[in-house]
Design a binder for this molecule. Structure first.
Ligand code: FNR
Length: 397
């Protein structure tokens, strides 16, 4: 996937040189409530900011005159070989940003041979996403009751997903004031603001909104078991959430007993929890603060990565996400103990502004940055990244 962009790169991608450029373009492309939903986080955005600033606290110590002509960024993860050490994080209701967004993300990831995690809060049926990319992973928010949990597992397994990601950092609903401020809600209220934004953003309106409406009718939440089939304009996916604050490690054990595929827990921040997860038999964890969208003030996952890596001592792979925007970020996370990272928002922006070509472009940019940085660091394999490749610029432990 490290290769020059195709000559016929769509016009709107030509000026996109880095992942952050997708955000600038998406801000102009998406109606304000939808852009606000994707870009936003919880309360003061402290965690969102820390997810970026933590990366800036580490610098590299490159080695020189090393033959780096054999460098490769291929990685083994959970029994598969991927073309790059990053994948697409699960993001709910992506089909509001891009026409059938989950399918766009799934196909582009399949093409690039990187993992895509489909969100359980999707507007697209999970069977359709598995059809578009049989290697996609499925992320679930657990329903509160055991019989519903088991029902969901059966459906996910029948659809052919081999990897289940359980997101566990959502015991209660987060305080997303920004959604109120930007006019986003579930149900989405079609008011004058959305109508006006739709008029001045014809690409989004024609490609996403009208196409969805004309070809499929009103989008529905299709996978979240509690709200299966609920139309997005009529019912909140979050309404049933209150019933879930009793979920605990015993529910995870129940799932581990029933789910025969690979099991990943997402949203771990404490090394104690990392150890409990490992001892419960999960195959991997994602160290994450949910992109700053849950507990505002939760530190950046990068800050706790090394402690977790020491506690787990190589027993299960550690993945992380939150604020990864550059190849250098990916390499810093790997140096601190991550086997793999996930990237969220930039991929959904890329799908919004240019569909599959946009997502492929984003993958190519990140992968090219990794390749270039590996050369400049003097390494041929990601296994060579270790904490002594980094220099701590400040101490904020
Ligand atoms: C998310 N995230 C998320 N996580 C999850 O487990 N299930 C979900 O349904 C969602 N939905 C979701 C929607 C949107 C719009 C965003 C931006 C994020 C969190 C996501 O998986 C990931 O943890 C963060 O997005 C990573 O941070 P960056 O890369 O966006 O900074």
């Amino acid at each position: 996937i490290v290769r020059p962009p195709p000559a016929a790169l769509p016009r709107r991608l030509r000026r996109i040189l880095a992942l952050d450029d997708f955000e600038t373009a998406a801000r102009r492309h998406l109606p304000r409530p939808i852009f606000g939903y994707v870009s936003g986080a919880a309360e003061t955005n402290a965690s969102l900011r820390d997810n970026r600033s933590a990366f800036e606290e580490f610098g590299f110590v490159p080695r020189v005159l090393v033959d780096v002509s054999k460098r490769t960024q291929k990685v083994e993860l959970l029994g598969r070989t991927y073309a790059a050490p990053f994948g697409i994080a699960p993001m709910g209701i992506s089909a509001l940003s891009a026409y059938r967004g989950d399918l766009v993300l799934a196909r582009a990831a399949g093409q690039a041979n990187i993992p895509m995690v489909m969100s359980g809060s999707s507007l697209i049926r999970l069977e359709d996403v598995a059809g578009a990319n049989p290697e996609a992973w499925f992320q679930a928010y657990l329903p509160g009751e055991p019989d519903r949990i088991l029902g969901l597992l059966e459906r996910v397994e029948r659809a052919g997903f081999g990897t289940l990601v359980l997101t566990v950092d959502t015991a209660v609903l987060a305080n997303r004031e920004n959604n109120v401020r930007s006019g986003f809600s579930t149900p989405l209220r079609p008011g004058p603001r959305l109508a006006w934004d739709g008029i001045i953003r014809p690409n989004w309106t024609l490609n996403t909104f009208l196409r969805t409406l004309l070809m499929h009718g009103m989008p529905h939440f299709e996978n979240s078991y509690a709200t299966r089939g609920a139309p997005i304009l009529a019912r909140s996916v979050m309404r049933d959430f209150g019933a879930k604050d009793h979920l605990n490690w015993r529910h995870l054990e129940l799932i581990r007993e029933r789910w025969k595929g690979r099991l990943v827990v997402k949203g771990i921040m404490a090394k104690e929890d990392a150890c409990i997860a490992r001892d419960s038999g999960v195959d991997g964890i994602v160290v994450s603060n949910h992109g700053g969208r849950q507990l505002d003030g939760a530190v950046s996952p990068l800050r706790v990565l090394r402690g977790i890596a020491e506690a787990l001592a190589g027993t299960i792979p550690i993945m992380m996400d939150g604020g990864v925007r550059r190849g250098s970020d990916v390499l810093k996370a790997i140096a601190l103990g991550a086997a793999f990272v996930f990237v969220g928002r930039p991929f959904v922006y890329a799908a919004a502004i240019a569909g599959e070509a946009g997502v492929s472009h984003a993958v190519r940019i990140l992968s090219t940055e990794i390749d270039r940085n590996m050369g400049l660091l003097g390494i041929n394999s990601l296994r060579e990244m270790s904490p002594d490749r980094l220099h701590r610029l400040s101490h904020v432990d």
